[in-house]
Design a protein around this ligand. Structure first.
Ligand SMILES: Cc1ncc(COP(=O)(O)O)c(C=O)c1O
Length: 485
């Protein structure tokens, strides 16, 4: 196959950083090929990237040229690279033999989900299954549908009943909101991409937490952003002093933050930190885009008991008056990703502008799904109490199992969908590859970084049932023995 034109080059030093500790026992060429393959699958090595030459890569890694030559050959045979004399070796995604039948990622890319064996466990997707109430919500939505059938079905701002219900929920959380401040979107991902396209000019700086949500990194980059990462401390969702000084130095157009049960770390901004973020935004005239997709997924009360609605953090919008805070939210994690319903909360002028601009993208969101979300929001307390109970049990099986079996540092997140352990060694990439070989998919830390950091981290989601997690644990232990032994 002729190599596709390379869109970027990976320097030998960057390749070494990306892979971290890649040796996983067995022949070096096989471990190197596996680590490169896993990087492509995890999204940290973009397809159409030209890899370093065999000679330079060998020198940078401190291995023989025969090792890199054999690793590239193995990568080509697996369909993850193509080479031609003079053009070098370019990373690619293999062409599926049949049209892809796998579930598209609801979060991080589905790394090789189509190659997962029947008894495999996918801990790479932050996508809970639908709650039992979903079917009834659609049945009632169908009953409400006739009232809308006499019109064209396009509601670029969203169905009024849904805008009102979303506004009410913000008001309940302390941020007084009117329906005119709500734009219903086709998922939070669409909301982020729409805002990025609307607000950013090419090469403008956007400040992000490092790590952060992988598809936000992609959407912001696609909107032209030059990303400036603010490294998160181990025990806080944001270093607010560093955040403020970064705003002062970089004068970005936008800052993208996940304030609650952050993806991937699970950490949440304190009330004082939220206040400091709003103050910095106002001081430096920067719009802060708060992604509240995970906000409803509080799992613990402060005393460690199961969370109730009272433990859902207040909105990053505070009392709702700051013109510098725009938030996005979603029905995907509280209810179900298959709904494809999200929203933006912003000034009514911004909402009107976005409603116009979405004309070139999707025009409007699906109407029946919006009506189903109206129903689910009306039953929110009941749906969420079931959801929180199962996520809490799954989180505890995963965290307790990892803590008991592995020498890692495994924080127990107070909410959200993922665990972000420190492996205490830069083995994230190698571990993810070894876990995939054991039939368990996890994401290596650098997947979530605009700075290629997080070599010592992996993200494991707890959206699968406890029986699946229990089946995954011994395999994760075997994978760790392979890479650390
Ligand atoms: C932080 C965050 N924002 C946005 C999304 C995407 O949400 P949606 O399904 O509403 O597009 C996700 C999904 O994983 C997420 O974790």
């Amino acid at each position: 196959m002729t190599p596709p034109p390379a869109q970027r080059d990976l320097s030998p030093a960057a390749a070494v950083r990306l892979l971290g500790a890649w040796r996983a026992g067995g022949p070096a060429y096989a471990a190197l090929a596996d680590a490169l393959r896993q990087s492509v699958l995890a999204g940290s090595l973009a397809p159409h990237t030209r890899l370093p030459s065999e000679r330079e890569f060998a020198a940078a890694l401190g291995v023989s040229r025969a090792t890199t030559t054999a690793a590239y050959r193995r990568l080509r045979e697996a369909g993850f690279a193509v080479s031609r004399t003079g053009s070098g070796t370019v990373a690619v995604l293999p062409r599926p033999a049949t049209p892809a039948a796998s579930e598209p990622g609801g979060d991080a890319p589905a790394p090789g989900a189509e190659t997962l064996p029947d008894d495999g466990v996918d801990l790479s997707q932050a996508t809970p299954p639908a709650p039992p109430e979903l079917h009834g919500a659609f049945a009632r939505a169908l009953e409400a549908l006739p009232a809308y059938l006499g019109r064209g079905g396009y509601e670029p701002f969203g169905v009024p009943a849904l805008r009102a219900a979303i506004a009410d929920r913000y008001t309940e959380r302390g941020a007084a909101t009117s329906p005119e401040q709500i734009l219903v979107t086709t998922g939070a991902q669409h909301a982020i991409a729409l805002l990025a396209g609307s607000l950013l000019r090419p090469r403008e700086a956007v400040v992000v937490q490092d790590p952060t949500y992988v598809h936000a990194i992609e959407a912001l980059r696609r909107g032209g952003a030059r990303l400036v990462g603010v490294p998160c401390p181990a025990d806080a969702a944001l270093d607010v002093e560093l955040f403020a000084s970064t705003l002062r130095r970089s004068r970005p157009r936008l800052a993208y933050l996940i304030p609650d049960f952050h993806n991937p770390t699970g950490l949440t901004l304190t009330a004082a930190e939220r206040q400091a973020v709003r103050a910095a935004a106002e001081r430096y005239g920067v719009t802060v885009l708060g992604d509240e997709t995970l906000s409803e997924l509080a799992l613990d009360a402060p005393d460690g008991a199961p969370a109730s609605d009272a433990d859902v953090p207040p909105s990053l919008a505070g009392d709702g008056t700051s013109p510098y805070v725009v938030t996005v939210g979603s029905a995907s994690k509280a209810f179900w990703g298959g709904l494809r319903i999200g929203w933006v909360r912003a000034h009514p002028d911004v909402v009107a502008r976005l409603a116009r601009e979405r004309g070139s993208l999707d025009i409007a969101s699906p109407l029946l799904d919006q009506l189903a979300v109206v129903e689910l929001l009306a039953q929110r307390a009941e749906v969420l109490s079931g959801r929180r109970a199962s996520l809490r049990a799954q989180r505890d099986v995963l965290v307790d199992g990892l803590r008991a079996a592995l020498p890692w540092d495994v924080p127990r997140p107070a909410g959200g969908l993922s665990v972000w352990p420190s492996l205490r060694a830069p083995l994230g990439q190698a571990f993810a590859a070894a876990a995939a070989a054991e039939g368990v998919l996890v994401n290596a830390g650098p997947t979530f970084s605009a700075l290629a950091s997080g070599a010592d981290r992996v993200r494991l989601t707890f959206t699968r049932p406890t029986a699946d997690l229990e089946r995954a644990l011994p395999r994760l232990v075997r994978a760790w023995e392979r890479v650390s032994g």
